[in-house]
Each structure stands twice: as C-alpha cells, then as structure tokens.
Design a protein around this ligand. Structure first.
Ligand SMILES: [Cu+2]
Length: 488
C-alpha cells in the first residue's frame, strides 16, 4: 500500500511533466510561425502591370497570386463632364473618371506608382493613398506639375479597402472636384469569391448655381466651407448608376460592393433599399459585421458590403440622409433579374378600400375642396405662374427636380416631356389620381408609382400651368374648369 505522502509526490511529478509538455508544444508551434512572415518581409518575385478599371467595375480578384512588384500607371486629367441633364462641371480626375480608377493589390505587393499629370492640365496635383505607410501617404513624393511624371514605391502592409485622394492645396477643392478613388489590398489568398463585384463611391459637390441650374457651374468655395452641398452623388454624377447605367445581378448571386466616400465633407449612411447586407467589412477593415441595414461610411473612408439577392426587382442605393437621395442625387440602382420567389416576397396580395368601423369618411377630405364656387374669375397667366412655381417647389420638386429634369430611371422629366405635351387631360389625371404602370417619356421607359397629389382644382391648374409654361413645354394654360372636368 502507498502512503499518502508517496501519492502526492507522484501527482506533483505528473503535474510538472504535463507543464513541460505544454511548453514544448507551444514552443514548436511558435517556431513554425515564421512562414507567416511580416508583411514588410514578404518577398516579391515578379513585376506585373496593374490592371486599372473605371467605376463601377473592378479589376479581377488577386486570388492565389504571389506578392509582386505591381506597376500602377495613373494619369491625372482635368475635364468637363455632366453633373446632371444640362449641368456641366469641370472635374479633376484620376484616370478620367470620378471616382478615379480602381487599384487592386494584395498584401506584400511592392507598388511602383507612376503619377502622370497630363500636359493640357492647368494645375499641379499629387496623391495621398490611405494604404500607404509613409509621410503624406505618398503626397510629398508624388507632387507633379502638368506635363510631368513622378514615381514612388510603397509596400502594402495592411489588408483592407482604402481611399486615395489628391492632397494639393487647397486640398478641399481638389477633393471636391472629384480627385478620389479606392485601392484594395487583399489578404494573402484573396477575398472569398463572389458572383458580382462593383465599385461605388459617394461624393458631395458645391456649385455656384443651386441644384439643377443649367450651364457650366463653377465650384463654390463658400458653399464648400459652409458644407452646403448642391449635389451628393454616387460615381460623380446624378444618375451615374441608375437607369441604363444601373448595376445588375441575377437572383441567387452574391454581390460585393466596394463602397467609398470621397467627401470632402459629408459622411454617408449607406443603405440598399430592399436588401440586408449579409456581411459588412466595417470601415473597410478586417472586422466583419453581419445582417446590417445601413452602414456608416466616413468621409475619406470605405466599406465592403456583401449580400445575396433572393428576389428580382430594382433595389435602390441611397445615402439614407434621405433628402440627399431624392433632392441631391445620392441614388443608384441595382437591377436584379430572375424568377420571383414568393417564399421570400409576395408582392401586393390584396388591395381594397379601408373604412374603419363607424367611419363616415368616404373620400379624402381634400377632394371636397374640388367643389369650388364657380363665380371666382380665372387668374391671369402671370398670377398662375407665381402660385404654380411655389406649388411646384412644395410638391413636385422632390421627384421631378428643380428644372423638371427628373432623375434618370426613377422619375420622368417634365421638361420637354412628350408625354406631358401630348395630352393635357391625361397629365391632369396623373396629378389628380396618381400614375402607375409603364409609361414612355421621351423614349425612356418608366415603371414606377406617382401618388395622387391632394391638391385643389385651382392648385392643380396653377402648378400644371407653371409646368406647361416652362422648360420647353407647349405653353398650355390649364384652368380649374379643365381640372374639374377630369374629376370622376
Ligand atoms: Cu489635385
């Protein structure tokens, strides 16, 4: 029989043995680690030319590619472009687009950056890449005059999605004119494969004329300082990714959006109406959040969002600071094709009148206002135009926009609208009772919903007269009697 003393000696021995074993295992584990070299020590074996793409497209994934010496050729171009129908703006660009060309790298790449300032440009520029570890993110080494080229190199140390921008004084002005874009640093082995990838970047613009004021619009330094944006847009212009330019996908596909915010001032509450982000790489870094409705993208920041599309339809990208979406342009579209899936979404199943028990209200109370005394003399055209302009700003502006130009793919134009000019009764009807279903305006198809506008006969007459007597329309004078005739 063992004594108690012997027993405890035995277990103490076993305890020490176990401790030593654990230490040995840990040591061997750590000594195997050097394979995961520090990013700065990753060796590059080959030299390759980077493929750059214009938004909304991105270069092919890096996949299993080894770290390389990656040559980026970026050309700065100052050029006139269109902000929205009839509104021109002089953009300063990296690669001829806003946002600038997308750069796709992987951790450990040695990027050899060639920054070229086109000889026709008027100003010097440079580039600050948030993916760079070094003074100014490259800005100091890349300052380049028109007709010159600068070359500098950097090693990509941290995986993530990064903003780049010009940082030449006045910095705010260079960014406000469109000098920003995204550079992606993929982790070793690449990001998980998906079916579709797109590049979207928000920016705010400040013009001398207010939203929609036609003509070549100069940059307004004062509005920029006051942070009073006239335009807040995705990919540099109103409608850049809507209508015919919408992003596309098919039911069942997984979509990844690389979303940046160039600012210069505003942060984006990025949201996709009718979808939930399955994954968000928060702030473009390594932390992944799941099941997100709206993600905040700081000025000078980015996020990667991923989602699977389950049902067909048009999904609207917005900055959920929502006046920016409907009044300043921050609206894009993802059109998803494929078969309906009623398990996920039914569509309207029933539509009928809702009459609460005991209710005596049979019609909208405002409809009563349609019964106006007939002895009121009609207003003059001038009076109608003044009142109509006011009504337009209150009721129609949000969708049809300040100069009746509409928003491509979402709200049809009232300016020079063939639909409007062809049939005044039909147009009055649209305002009285709303309009749904497919219509064609100036050759473009719209299939959306305009709600009825709850206006009196006189108000409809005035606002329609205003619309008909502006923006190249046929100058019809609409009277309250004409509106009354359309009431059913
Ligand atoms: Cu610049």
């Amino acid at each position: 029989m063992k004594s108690i003393n012997q027993l405890s000696k035995n277990s103490i021995f076993k305890f020490y043995l176990a401790l030593v074993l654990i230490l040995v295992v840990l040591l061997t584990l750590f000594s195997c680690k050097p394979e995961e070299a520090k990013a700065e020590d990753i060796r590059v074996e080959s030299k390759i030319q980077a493929q750059l793409t214009s938004p909304p497209f991105v270069p092919a994934p890096v996949g299993a590619r080894k770290a390389a010496n990656l040559v980026v050729d970026m050309e700065i171009i100052e050029m006139e472009g269109e902000m929205t129908g009839g509104v021109k703006y002089v953009y300063w660009t990296f690669g001829g687009t806003v946002p600038g060309s997308f750069i796709r790298t992987r951790v450990g790449d040695e990027v050899e950056f060639h920054l070229k300032n086109h000889p026709d440009n008027k100003l010097p520029h440079n580039i600050d890449l948030h993916a760079v570890t070094g003074p100014g993110g490259g800005a100091e080494s890349s300052f380049v005059a028109p007709g010159q080229e600068k070359v500098f190199s950097f090693k990509t140390l941290n995986p993530g999605l990064y903003v780049y921008h010009c940082a030449t004084a006045p910095v705010g002005m260079h960014i406000a004119n469109g000098m920003y874009g995204l550079i992606l640093v993929e982790p070793k082995g690449g990001l998980p494969p998906v079916d579709k990838e797109y590049y979207v970047m928000q920016g705010d613009f400040y013009t001398e004329g207010d939203y929609g004021k036609p003509g070549l619009q100069a940059f307004s330094m004062q509005k920029a300082i006051d942070e009073h944006a006239d335009y807040v847009v995705f990919n540099g212009a109103v409608g850049a990714i809507s209508g015919d330019n919408a992003l596309t996908a098919e039911v069942g596909e997984t979509v990844r959006l690389f979303v940046g915010n160039g600012g210069p001032n505003l942060v984006s509450s990025f949201h996709l109406i009718g979808e939930i982000f399955n994954k968000v790489y928060v702030e473009g870094g390594s932390m992944v959040n799941e099941n997100v409705q709206t993600t905040l993208i700081p000025a000078g920041g980015a996020a990667i969002v991923e989602f699977k599309v389950e049902v067909p339809g048009t999904f609207i990208l917005v900055d959920h600071s929502i006046f920016r979406a409907f009044n300043k342009g921050a609206l894009g579209m993802l059109k998803v094709g494929g078969d309906e899936n009623e398990k996920v979404y039914s569509g309207t199943q029933l539509e009928k009148t809702y009459l609460p028990e005991g209710s005596v209200i049979q019609a909208m109370p405002v409809a009563e206002k349609g019964k106006e005394p007939q002895n009121v003399p009609d207003k003059t055209l001038a009076e109608q135009l003044v009142h109509g302009k006011q009504l337009y700003a209150q009721t129609c502006f949000a969708c049809h926009q300040s100069a009746g130009q509409g928003i491509a793919g979402a709200f049809p134009p009232l300016a020079k609208s063939d639909y409007l000019n062809a049939d005044v009764g039909r147009s009055i009807n649209a305002v009285l009772y709303g309009l749904t279903g497919e219509i064609t305006v100036n050759g473009d198809k719209y299939n959306s919903v305009m709600t009825s506008q709850n206006l009196t006969d006189e108000e409809i007459a005035d606002v329609m007269t205003y619309v008909y007597n502006n923006w190249g329309n046929n100058k019809t004078k609409v009277t309250p009697a004409m509106v009354k005739e359309q009431r059913r």
